[in-house]
Write a protein that binds this ligand. Structure first.
Ligand code: ZN
Length: 450
């Protein structure tokens, strides 16, 4: 089923609009790595999917890191002598350097300037800046705004607090037939930025919504976490779960109009890496595959050498490769409903492969069986010429020796997984193929246990 078909069964007529509307709802919240903005975001996710919201106390040691103080902000501004807010948090939460310490002071422009951040290349845009893990404060504004600030005294106010509190993250666990897990992770720590953070949250939420309605071979764990410190905290507190993670990916920047980019796991040849590459290749649209590097999003933590999890990263245009990245221009205008829904459909196609990537045994391995007399051509759905359909059947029969998975066959035959899947189903139906029992370790190309 496509994302649209699935969503229709759930009462959403237009999945692109539903995804976009959710981003729009999340957009105004002032998120950070801790605080009310993250909690409110998770509550909105929780309205749609079963989500456990966890709180981890400030000061908790998580590997080499410490859960920071909780940051909250009520208001912030810079007022001129006339009492006008020339920089106003209430207009955009990007105007305050995220995690700023509180301050209330009268300051000359010269004194204030080291705390003002602008973008020279884009004089109308406001940059996004953070000050985690160091005591600082500041404001972000457009170059244009700054050029209009007169050389006078300003009233500077950041009504924020940094207190002993908690770090908040959300977890949606969908149990499947097996306790083996697929991990899907997105970050929830950016304020009003659409592609970088909200697109991932929306697609992950709707993916969980879809999977909740399906029979599942695997168990699925969706993490909605603040970047870096969130994944470190989760890994430090879930070491017993980690051996169950067989596949995974980080979802980020999946709302822009660019083609897909998949960053492979550190392992480079994990099943998820093959599945992503196969689905992208067969979709017939432009895409890019890149190797793991120790920068980017939470794959940095999942793929640290002590874990080395089979977790890649799915995005469209990679972070830093579009000028709107980490600026006010990563707004509701920058993301597209059709990009969001395309990303959701890609994820559903990837999960379809993971769910059905079994190994089979040809029950008639000595010479080719006669396909015509079993009515197999009609049994295989699709619009391809009979000849290529027959070829897929022959590939499945030939490689179903208990060693090759359906994905191996799809790669070798260079056809979409769904065609191989449908051919295998038809061959099982007429008794020419039997599914192998699951091998315990999915990373091994083990033989058939019959
Ligand atoms: Zn970011």
């Amino acid at each position: 089923m496509s994302a649209d078909e699935l969503l229709k069964t759930l009462g959403c007529q237009d999945s692109g609009k539903a995804l976009y509307d959710f981003v729009e709802e999340l957009y105004p919240l002032c998120r950070s790595i801790t605080g009310e903005g993250v909690r409110e975001t998770l509550r909105l996710v929780q309205k749609r999917i079963p989500l456990d919201i966890h709180e981890v106390a400030s000061g908790t040691q998580v590997f080499d890191w410490t859960v920071p103080l909780e940051w909250n902000i009520r208001d912030a501004y810079v007022k001129n002598r006339a009492g006008e807010r020339v920089i106003d948090f209430k207009v955009s939460n990007l105007h305050v350097v995220n995690y700023s310490q509180p301050i209330r002071k009268l300051m000359k422009l010269e004194e204030l300037k080291p705390h003002l951040h602008t973008l020279n290349e884009h004089p109308d845009w406001v940059p996004y800046r953070t000050s985690y893990y160091k005591d600082n404060w500041g404001f972000c504004l457009s170059q244009k705004q700054l050029s209009q600030m007169a050389d006078e005294e300003y009233e500077v106010c950041i009504d924020s607090s940094l207190t002993q509190g908690t770090l908040t993250y959300g977890e949606c666990y969908l149990p499947g037939a097996s306790t083996d897990e697929v991990l899907i992770s997105c970050h929830v720590c950016h304020p009003s930025l659409c592609n970088d953070n909200l697109s991932g949250i929306a697609v992950a939420t709707f993916l969980a919504l879809n999977l909740a309605e399906q029979d599942r071979r695997y168990s699925y764990r969706f993490l909605f976490i603040p970047g870096t410190i969130g994944s470190i905290t989760w890994l430090a507190t879930h070491e017993q779960v980690i051996p169950r993670i067989k596949h995974g990916f980080v979802l980020t920047g999946v709302g822009d109009a660019g083609p897909f980019t998949y960053k492979r796991s550190r392992r480079g040849d994990a099943e998820i890496d093959h599945v992503m590459a196969q689905v992208l290749k067969q979709a017939g649209e432009p895409y890019k595959l890149i190797d793991f590097f120790p920068y980017g999003y939470d794959e940095r933590q999942y793929c640290s050498p002590g874990f080395n999890l089979p977790v890649g990263c799915l995005m469209r245009t990679p972070h830093g490769e579009y000028p709107e990245y980490h600026t006010s221009a990563d707004s509701l205008d920058f993301i597209k409903p059709q990009s969001l829904v395309g990303s959701l459909e890609h994820c559903l196609a990837v999960i379809n492969v993971l769910e059905h990537n079994h190994r089979y045994m040809n029950q008639n391995p000595k010479c080719e069986p006669q396909l015509g007399k079993r009515g197999l051509y009609r049994a295989v759905a699709g619009h391809q010429a009979t000849q290529s359909r027959e070829l897929v059947l022959l590939w499945v029969l030939n490689l179903s020796d208990g060693k090759h998975s359906l994905l191996d066959i799809a790669e070798r035959a260079d056809v979409p997984f769904v065609e191989v899947q449908s051919a295998a189903a038809a061959l099982v139906e007429c008794g020419l193929l039997a599914q192998c029992k699951e091998t315990v370790d999915h990373s091994q190309h083990g033989g058939c246990h019959e």
